[in-house]
Design a protein around this ligand. Sequence first.
Ligand SMILES: Cc1cc2nc3c(=O)[nH]c(=O)nc-3n(C[C@H](O)[C@H](O)[C@H](O)COP(=O)(O)OP(=O)(O)OC[C@H]3O[C@@H](n4cnc5c(N)ncnc54)[C@H](O)[C@@H]3O)c2cc1C
Length: 503
Amino acid sequence: MKSLLRTWIRGRLHGYRELVNQVDPSKPLRGGPARTVAVVGGGLAGIAAASVLGERGFRVHLFERNSYLGGKVGSWTVEFPDGFRARVDHGFHAFFRHYYNLSRFLEETGAGRHLEAIEDYLILSRDGRRYGFAGVETTPVLNILSLMRRGFFSVKEVVFNPRLAGLRALLRFDPRRTFEEWDGVSYDEFAARLGLPGGLKLVFGAFARAFFTPGDRISAAELIKSFHFFYLAHDRGLLYDYFDRDYQEALIGPVTARLSAAGVRVETGTPVESLGRGDGRFAVNGQPFDYVVLAADTAGTRRLAAGSAWLRENAPELHRRLTGLQSSPGYAVLRIWLDRRAGEGWPVFVVTEKQQVLDSVTFHHRFDAGARAWAGKTGGGVYELHCYAVPPELATEAEVREAFLRELHHYLPALGDARVLYEHLQLRRDFTAFDRNLHNERPWYDPGVPNLYLAGDWVKLPVPAMLMEAAFTSGLLSANAVLAANGLREERVWSVPRKGILA
Ligand SMILES: Cc1cc2nc3c(=O)[nH]c(=O)nc-3n(C[C@H](O)[C@H](O)[C@H](O)COP(=O)(O)OP(=O)(O)OC[C@H]3O[C@@H](n4cnc5c(N)ncnc54)[C@H](O)[C@@H]3O)c2cc1C
């Protein structure tokens, strides 16, 4: 019976995979006059566009503001006053197995061999309960029922709460109707309307926080889309992979080699301040280009658009949308080197029920070679603490740090007396906002300005992808638009099914 059900669900969801574009094999891969492309921004979105177009014979110049490539998956070295040096990054990332486009790229570049499977997706509640996803049924819909057997909620809670029927919205994801119906509603309001039972509230809350926008601001439509994308549209489960070493070695090294083989000129430490146009071509940092793929983050794009008089005069609607792009309220990542270790039996990354700041803890000394060597030598441990939305009442770095340590000690009391030997705190405001009512304002990756394309996890796409997969896919779609305009064969772009099972 169950296997029949699994087969039916798989059929309803198109085998969990859809080809987004028609690829005409009779079209050439390369050819025509060599055209030039400026890619602005070297995160995953810019990397996707640059690598495809470079490999297809375009002369690609990638401009990156930071001194390193990779954007939020890049890494850099910090040096402390006593000479101790360590590589740090924006934070631990989960590479989910249904990131079809990004996964293929990681395999092709060789970065995929550095991916390690997480033991469990573990959520810790304040009162000491633990919710894990290892071994949970992976077939969509059945996976929700499986949560009931795991104690996330009970039959009684469902039977006595008819409001929970509202959860059907999750199974009915439709790119147009879901946003029409739910984009003006916050997650907190959505959860209150449903009267979610405790266990489900904890899990949904943890899930919602992973999009860096507080519950009273985040759009319920974005969350329904995300729930569809991460949980209800594929059978790869919620367990994911992570890089077993620092991003430079695991990912950016192989990516740089690939870009270089494709002839892409990468210029780091080179921000683009404005976009101009003259003699029928774009002007980027004083050089002429036939095409531009704008793949900067929200903050960078906003600034760049504000400085672009040409855009304001010739594409006022796009200029308005780009200058109005919003970033989330701000996140914090604290890396600490402690004189002892605890929590060694847990997965290397655990989600915590946030009290004021702490959303997750990463145990770096368990997988990152540099941290492991340091921990082996000193007997200490290297931890990374994430706060995806810093509350406005914490005004200073010191307050954020103090709250981080207080909550870490709550979950790992054995670290209560630990000495902090080194620390590195980042407070940043460069994450895409997923607030209510932003959807209609997001520009499409092909914004209707000849030869200009947009890429990044903030861009509106024809697929329900989120975060890294959205960024990478947007870069592929932008590259495809350039290929199509030149009569060349497009790259295949994949997606999970674009609508929910009941849509
Ligand atoms: C702490 C943390 C944890 C995360 N965890 C996950 C996770 O587990 N799973 C997941 O899928 N995603 C996760 N993400 C999100 C993920 O990192 C992003 O969605 C993705 O990397 C965005 O890629 P991007 O190319 O759109 O943007 P970015 O990586 O932000 O790249 C944009 C680039 O543009 C550059 N730039 C900006 N302005 C200019 C300019 N004027 N000129 C030149 N360059 C410019 C920037 O320096 C940057 O390098 C996490 C993010 C953070 C911060």
